[in-house]
Design a protein around this ligand. Structure first.
Ligand SMILES: [Mg+2]
Length: 200
């Protein structure tokens, strides 16, 4: 695509997240303390986000690992309700929406992607995206970036990529994207960088 494009990460860019909220709610129904609880998912979560397990298998295995005393619907709800929409980012994107295409690139699971896109208004700005669980690979590896270029027909030199993790930004830089290391506490820096990039 020979036009400027915004490509954005999701977690701690479009929505902030706090696993401890979910951990505390789970702990009320599990023999484990909130602090240790999600370490019990270490071996399950990454393969799930890389598409090696489907939603139902993940939920079943997580319930087993946590000895969660509730049903699958209850666990799914707790597992999704720890995000907060980034309203400053919504305002920034609203200024650019319709002027250039916007796409998502996220390490995420099917449960979270479906929940996020159907719950938060900020996702209305985005036309399409690439997600680790369906791409079956994840950031910061190069493979998912190359897949994104191909699937969304991107020209990296015209693509402004936003992510909060230095390792992901390093890969994007190497491939030739325009990048911005996002900090939730310094949103103004993104506005400046976007304005500069768009020549405003
Ligand atoms: Mg992130």
């Amino acid at each position: 695509m020979s036009q400027p494009v915004i490509l954005s990460d999701i977690g701690n860019v479009l929505v902030a997240f706090d696993f401890t909220v979910a951990a505390q709610r789970c702990a009320a129904k599990s023999p484990y303390e909130a602090e240790q609880l999600f370490h019990r998912l270490d071996g399950i979560k990454l393969p799930y986000e890389n598409g090696e397990k489907d939603d139902e298998t993940f939920v079943r295995k997580a319930i087993e690992a946590l000895e969660f005393q509730g049903d699958a619907a209850e666990f799914r709800q707790i597992w999704c309700e720890f995000f907060t929409e980034n309203l400053e980012m919504d305002q920034t994107l609203a200024r650019w929406t319709g002027k250039l295409p916007m796409y998502l690139l996220s390490n995420t699971s099917g449960l979270h992607k479906d929940y996020l896109l159907s719950t938060y208004g900020i996702f209305r700005h985005f036309q399409d995206g690439v997600y680790s669980y369906s791409a079956k690979c994840s950031k910061p590896g190069e493979e998912i970036f190359l897949h994104t270029i191909e699937k969304l027909n991107l020209d990296p030199s015209l693509t402004f990529y936003i992510d909060d993790l230095p390792a992901n930004i390093a890969t994007a830089d190497r491939i030739g994207f325009q990048t911005h290391l996002y900090d939730l506490k310094n949103h103004a820096a993104l506005d400046l960088a976007l304005n500069r990039w768009m020549g405003v």
